[in-house]
Design a protein around this ligand. Structure first.
Ligand code: ADP
Ligand code: MG
Length: 467
């Protein structure tokens, strides 16, 4: 004890006491925090850690698989990136125009675009005058809520749900197609955007009711876009991709084109099998079995699953209704073969492209009366003003009657079938298939010169009033 009486001994003793107290207090503090989250439930904590580990593994595997495609000589260690201690979705596809945290600094959220179980999407105006969609973790979503119910640890739950968004970002980098929403960048900044955020091209959530009321040509465009997308997914750089959560709400519309936005439930695995009965596809109204390939994999099952989902969620509602009469047999064939999964996605795409070709070339109009335009006086280089509009369905314009036509002959036939129609005009405006937009009217007050327009006046009806 004489040691304690020396100044050095006293100092040593005090230092030791402070150190011990700090360690005890820290242990007590952490113990309390852990108990708050898990009580004394170590199995729960292990379950959370295991889930985090599984998601991490899945992302890492996906990263390696997709990097091997880009660079077959890459090793596992080379291929995993970490940002702030977190595995990043990788940056092998970055380019100079990519938007990052820096560009988001002066952003303004202008609208709420949508949310689902996992993510929430905001429309944001960037200082450069660009509008983008920001996708981040939905704190009120089912995924977060369920995790909090089970584990009561907001930080770990946020991390767990973030893995889904990281997976989506990685898939968006690897899978590029006109019918997949474009990834414009990403930002990982908890102060600025609250964690990992995907910066996407902005679309409009898909509204099936609205689409059901739109012209057949626009509905066909959506179905064709979907078939082109599924054909790409069936032989993508990552292999055959299945969309496990296939619903209209996983898509958005960008300038009339359908685009897939929700990819976190995509799978690039096809099930292993011993016999054909292992390759079972179950839907509420229909079951299918597929062949078990010699390599003991249900090869092609992902493609079938996607195609049948396209049939039941999209084609049945959008394709047959109001199809041009002469295209109906072809459409009917498509409906039968996809509804029974009798054709592959490649064959389905060929059938769709054939419909498009016939529609664009006007082959489906061969039976038009040849001289119907004789009933009309043509005024080329003119546009009508002070128009009396009437409504028709399904019009491209809510107030009037604007329909797509292959030629003046088809427009004349339509005008002759509408009792109110006394004239129609054609401008150089075209639809996505290249067809002309014709505007039908019940009258107008006068004409003005316009080199891009022609007015067709119905002789019988026009004789008394305007000629
Ligand atoms: N780029 C986008 N532009 C406009 N709306 C979008 C965009 N991406 C997603 N949305 C909307 O946000 C909703 C939620 O996004 P989603 O990725 O489907 O999240 P979750 O995985 O939670 O279902 C979608 O249903 C869609 O309506
Ligand atoms: Mg979704």
């Amino acid at each position: 004890m004489t040691f304690l009486k020396t100044p050095f001994g006293l100092f040593f003793f005090l230092a030791l006491a402070v150190l011990t107290l700090t360690v005890v207090l820290k242990k007590w503090h952490f113990g309390l925090r852990e108990e708050e989250a898990f009580g004394d439930d170590a199995p729960e904590r292990n379950r959370l850690l295991q889930q985090l580990q599984e998601r991490h593994q899945e992302l890492k595997q996906l990263y390696v698989t997709s990097s091997e495609f880009i660079n077959p000589h890459l090793s596992v260690n080379d291929s995993v990136f970490y940002i702030n201690g977190e595995m990043s979705a990788g940056n092998t596809v970055t380019n100079e125009t990519e938007i990052g945290c820096e560009e988001l600094a002066g952003m303004k959220a202008v609208d709420f675009l949508g949310s689902g179980y996992t993510k929430t999407v905001l429309k944001v105006a960037l200082p450069q005058g660009l509008f983008v969609a920001l996708k981040s973790v939905n704190h009120q979503g089912t995924d977060m809520r369920m995790c909090m119910q089970d584990f009561k640890d907001s930080q770990s739950c946020h991390k767990l749900v973030s893995f889904k968004l990281r997976k989506e970002i990685l898939l968006l980098q690897r899978l590029q197609h006109p019918n997949i929403v474009q990834l414009k960048g990403q930002c990982q900044d908890s102060v600025l955007v609250g964690g990992i955020t995907a910066i996407l091209e902005q679309g409009m959530p898909l509204q099936m009711i609205q689409l059901l009321q739109s012209p057949w040509e626009e509905r066909f465009r959506v179905c064709l876009g979907l078939v082109r997308l599924l054909q790409y997914l069936s032989q993508s750089p990552l292999g055959s991709v299945a969309l496990l959560d296939f619903q209209p709400r996983q898509f958005v519309m960008v300038s009339g084109e359908l685009k897939l936005t929700d990819l976190d439930d995509a799978s690039i695995k096809e099930p292993a099998c011993q016999e054909d009965s292992d390759c079972l596809l179950q839907f509420p109204l229909h079951n299918f079995t597929h062949r078990c390939s010699p390599s003991r994999i249900c090869k092609g099952l992902n493609e079938m699953r996607n195609l049948y989902n396209a049939y039941r969620y999209f084609f049945t509602y959008l394709l047959p209704h109001q199809a041009p009469p002469l295209l109906k047999p072809l459409i009917h064939q498509i409906m039968n073969s996809t509804g029974d999964l009798k054709q592959s996605i490649n064959e389905t795409l060929i059938a769709f492209e054939e419909v498009l070709h016939m529609y664009q070339s006007g082959q489906h109009l061969e039976n038009l009366p040849p001289f119907i335009t004789r009933d009309y006086a043509v005024l080329k280089g003119m546009r009508s003003v002070g128009n009396m509009e009437y409504r028709c369905w399904p019009s491209y314009n809510q107030q009037g009657c604007v329909l797509s036509v292959h030629s003046a002959r088809e427009a004349a036939l339509i005008c002759s079938s509408h009792p109110q129609c006394t004239s129609f005009s054609l401008s150089n405006e075209r639809t996505w298939t290249g067809r002309l937009l014709a505007s039908f009217r019940s009258g107008f007050s006068h004409l003005v010169p316009d080199v891009n327009s022609a007015v067709y006046m119905r002789r019988v009806k026009a004789s008394g009033a305007m000629l």
